[in-house]
Ligand binder design. Structure first.
Ligand SMILES: Cc1ncc(C[n+]2csc(CCOP(=O)(O)OP(=O)(O)O)c2C)c(N)n1
Ligand code: SF4
Ligand SMILES: [Mg+2]
Length: 313
């Protein structure tokens, strides 16, 4: 039995064993009922569906309960600092384009302190998948109001209720330039797994707003059930390839969430837009041999950027 069986697992339940379960910390220590378990399970399932092995994947996380994902998932990993998973993920992809890069963090991490990185990584269409665990709260630091907390939400930092309108993550993502945008929920594991497969396969910046309930610090929050899959429901017909239709659907979805209706699914997909790496390769600015490979060549002659500049021009 896992040494961590008292936390997050029921007595007698065995730890799931697969190639994406690390030997060092096989059992996640999130609280019982935490939505983060759903993300871990869906990610393991998606990687297995795609036939990936741990040494083909790099998972970069921010700080928060969500940031622990990289400890519980077997692959290359980097547990970075609050709001900074995306710059690390971008550098990784540029240095080693062969790696499947996934970045993950919380709503505070990605839509608050790391909002600037989110906007520009989407704008530049870096080829990676970004999972935002959206529990509408700062979980790790014990329940403060986050950028996605609904207006009026009471917490230790906003005891009279938040006076702020929450951010609209899907609309923000589309406006910034993400080429794949979806929302799923931990309570919807099959859809989550399918969406993750699509997002990882997409060549460009894929953003998934992943609704994850926090039963410990956000007791007022919905558990995100019942949910509606917009692709499975005739009331929601729109073209995920049409920016205007996608934008209208996203706005409706974000408004509905705070009225208690949970809409999930694929919202936008532009399969034609070249990724940042493709753009750079087409202009000859990306080296033929990736930086990660050159690093191990002992006699490689390194160029400095100032060597490329003509000072008299
Ligand atoms: C620069 C910096 N500021 C603040 C913190 C403190 N801090 C750690 S996690 C966190 C918020 C976590 O909330 P979220 O990103 O939503 O993740 P969750 O725990 O809900 O998964 C904060 C404010 C920090 N670690 N670093
Ligand atoms: S505090 Fe909330 S988000 Fe963090 S592990 Fe517990 S239930 Fe999950
Ligand atoms: Mg959070």
């Amino acid at each position: 039995m896992s040494a961590f069986s008292a936390i997050g697992e029921h007595e007698g339940q065995t730890t799931e064993q697969d190639e994406f379960t690390p030997g060092i910390e096989p059992q996640a220590t999130w609280c019982p009922g935490c939505g983060d378990f759903g993300v871990l399970k869906a990610l393991k399932g998606a990687m297995s569906d795609l036939g990936k092995s741990p040494d083909e994947v790099m998972l970069v996380t921010g700080i928060g309960c969500s940031g622990k994902l990289s400890s519980y998932f077997e692959s290359y990993g980097f547990h970075s600092i609050h709001g900074r998973s995306l710059p690390v993920a971008r550098a990784t992809k540029l240095a080693n384009p062969g790696l499947e890069v996934v970045a993950a963090g919380g709503d505070g991490d990605g839509y608050g302190i790391g909002g600037n990185h989110f906007m520009h990584t989407a704008r530049e269409n870096h080829d990676m998948t970004y999972i935002v665990f959206n529990n509408e709260i700062f979980g790790l630091t014990k329940g403060q109001t986050s950028p996605t907390s609904p207006k009026g939400h009471k917490s230790k930092t906003q005891p009279h209720g938040s006076a702020k309108d929450p951010v609209r993550p899907l609309s923000m993502s589309l406006a910034a330039g993400s080429s794949y945008v979806a929302r799923t929920a931990a309570v919807n594991p099959n859809q989550a797994r399918e969406i993750l497969v699509e997002a990882i396969e997409h060549d460009g910046f894929s953003h998934i707003d992943f609704l994850t309930q926090c039963p410990t610090w956000n007791k007022d929050a919905k558990q995100y059930v019942p949910y509606i899959d917009v692709q499975q429901n005739d009331d929601y017909e729109f073209d995920t390839g049409d920016r205007r239709e996608a934008a209208d659907m996203m706005y409706e979805t974000e408004t509905a969430l705070h009225e208690g209706k949970v809409l999930t699914g694929r919202f936008y997909h532009d399969a034609d837009r070249p990724s940042y790496g493709q753009e750079k390769r087409s202009t000859g600015e990306m080296p033929e041999t990736p930086l990660a490979e050159r690093y191990f060549e002992e006699d490689y002659e390194w160029e400095r950027s100032y060597d490329l500049l003509d000072p008299h021009r």
